[in-house]
Write a protein that binds this ligand. Structure first.
Ligand SMILES: [Zn+2]
Length: 393
C-alpha cells in the first residue's frame, strides 16, 4: 500500500525528522546495551541495567548542557552592546576579537557609542570622534556621522577611528605622538590626523599597530629599523611619452604634457607638464603617471622614489607620489605634498618620497607627478624622471 503523499514540504520535513529521531533512539539503545554487557556482570538484573541507562542518559544530558553553555561563553566575545549604535557594532566586535587574539580581556559592558550630526567641538578644536569618559566609569564616545569623518570613509579608516577611541575609553590609553625610526607614527593613539595610517593591504603594518594598541611595550617592528641591503628596483630613462598616462581632474584646466630632449638632467629626456595660462580651478590638478607590475619587493620593506625636478615660475605647486595598488585599490602611499615645497623657479633638484611599509598585498607600483595650477598666469614645470630609483630601505 502506498503511503499517502505528504501535503507539503513542511509536513514531509517533520515526517522525516520523526523517522530519523526514532531510528536514532533505537541505535542509541543498542549501543548502550552492548556497552553495558561489556562492563557489567552478566548476572545483573535488567532493573539495574535500566537504572544505569537512566544515569548514563542523565550524565550525557549534563555533558551536553555544559558543552552548550561553554560554546555560548566562547562565542560570546562581546557580551552586551546595547549602548552602541548599530553602525559602530561591527568595529567594536572586531576590537574584541583582536583583543582576544592577543589574550587581552576587555570590558565592554559600560560602552556607549553614539553618532552626532556635527563635528565634535572640544576646547576650540573639532573632532570626528571623541571619548568623553573612560573605564571604570561609563565610556561615552561620540562619532560625527559626516562625510570625511564617518559616512563615506573606507572600512579601514572606520576601524582606525573606533579603535583609537576605544584605546582611550576601554584601554585607558593617552595620546602617543612618537615616531618609529623610519618615520611612521608609533601608535594608533597618535593625536593628529589618523586616516590612512594603514591600508587594508598593509597587513604587517596593521598587525603592528594593533599589537601596540593592546600592548604599549610592543617592540619596534623590524620593518621600521634602518634599512639594509638597499637596491635599485627600477630606473626609468623616459624613452617614450607613450609609456605615460596624462590626466586632468578637471577638463577646463589648460595643462599640457609632453616629452622633451632640450631640457634634461640625466638621460637625455625629461617629461614636461605645463600651463600656458592661468587655470585656477580649486582642488583640480593634472598628473602624469606610469605603472609597473610589482616584482622583487619584500613586504613591509621601504620603497623610495627619487625624481629630479626643475621648476620654472611654478605658482600652484607640484608633488611627487609613489603608490602601490592591490586589485585597483590603494595599498600604500607616499607623497611630497605638504612635506616639500615645489614652487617657484629652481634648477634640477632631486626629491624623494617613500612608502615606508610596503603592502604585503600589492600588484601594481605607480609613480606620478601632480601639478596643481592656481594663480596667476604663465608658469611651466619641467620634470626629469631620470634616473628614477625605487629602492628597498
Ligand atoms: Zn584621541
Amino acid at each position: 500500500m502506498l503511503r499517502p503523499k505528504p501535503r507539503d514540504h513542511f509536513e514531509e520535513f517533520h515526517l522525516k525528522k520523526r523517522e530519523a529521531k526514532r531510528d536514532f533512539r533505537i541505535t542509541e539503545l543498542r549501543v548502550y546495551r552492548e556497552s553495558i554487557a561489556f562492563y557489567t556482570c552478566r548476572r545483573k538484573s535488567q532493573t539495574i541495567a535500566y537504572m544505569r541507562y537512566i544515569k548514563f542518559v542523565a550524565k550525557a544530558a549534563v555533558i551536553m548542557v555544559v558543552a552548550v553553555t561553554s560554546c555560548k561563553k566562547d562565542a560570546d566575545v562581546v557580551p552586551d552592546l546595547s549602548g552602541v549604535e548599530d553602525q559602530f557594532k561591527e568595529y567594536v566586535v572586531r576590537f574584541a576579537a583582536e583583543a582576544k587574539a592577543r589574550n587581552v580581556s576587555v570590558n565592554l559592558t559600560k560602552l556607549n557609542i553614539k553618532a552626532v550630526s556635527q563635528r565634535i567641538s572640544v576646547g576650540g578644536t573639532s573632532y570626528c570622534g571623541y571619548t568623553f569618559s573612560a573605564l571604570p566609569a561609563d565610556v561615552n564616545i561620540q562619532i560625527a556621522d559626516l562625510s570625511g569623518c564617518w559616512s563615506d570613509i573606507a572600512d579601514t579608516n572606520k576601524e582606525i577611528l573606533i579603535f583609537h577611541e576605544l584605546g582611550h575609553g576601554i584601554l585607558n590609553r593617552s595620546h602617543l605622538d612618537d615616531n618609529l625610526p623610519n618615520g611612521l607614527r608609533k601608535s594608533i593613539m597618535y593625536s593628529g590626523y589618523l586616516f590612512n595610517m594603514y591600508y587594508a593591504a598593509q597587513t604587517s603594518l596593521r598587525k603592528y599597530y594593533l599589537d601596540e594598541l593592546f600592548n604599549i611595550n610592543t617592540p619596534t617592528p623590524a620593518f621600521a629599523l634602518p634599512a639594509v641591503n638597499s637596491k635599485i628596483l627600477l630606473q626609468d630613462p623616459i624613452l617614450s611619452f607613450a609609456d605615460w598616462g596624462f590626466n586632468k581632474t578637471n577638463q577646463s584646466l589648460t595643462h599640457t604634457a609632453d616629452i622633451t630632449n632640450t631640457v634634461y638632467a640625466s638621460s637625455g629626456n625629461s617629461l614636461m607638464l605645463q600651463s600656458s595660462e592661468a587655470s585656477a580651478v580649486s582642488g583640480s590638478y593634472s598628473y602624469l603617471y606610469r605603472k609597473f607590475p610589482v616584482k622583487d619587493v619584500s613586504a613591509a620593506s621601504g620603497v623610495t622614489l627619487k625624481v629630479k625636478v626643475k621648476t620654472d615660475n611654478l605658482v600652484g605647486g607640484a608633488s611627487i607620489v609613489i603608490r602601490a595598488d592591490y586589485q585597483g585599490q590603494i595599498a600604500g602611499y607616499g607623497t611630497t605634498q605638504d612635506v616639500i615645497d615645489l614652487t617657484g623657479t629652481r634648477d634640477f633638484t632631486e626629491y624623494s618620497t617613500k612608502i615606508k611599509c610596503f603592502p604585503d598585498l600589492a600588484d601594481t607600483l605607480l609613480y606620478t607627478c601632480s601639478y596643481m595650477a592656481m594663480l596667476p598666469a604663465r608658469y611651466i614645470l619641467m620634470t626629469s624622471w631620470s634616473p628614477t630609483n625605487f629602492s628597498r630601505g
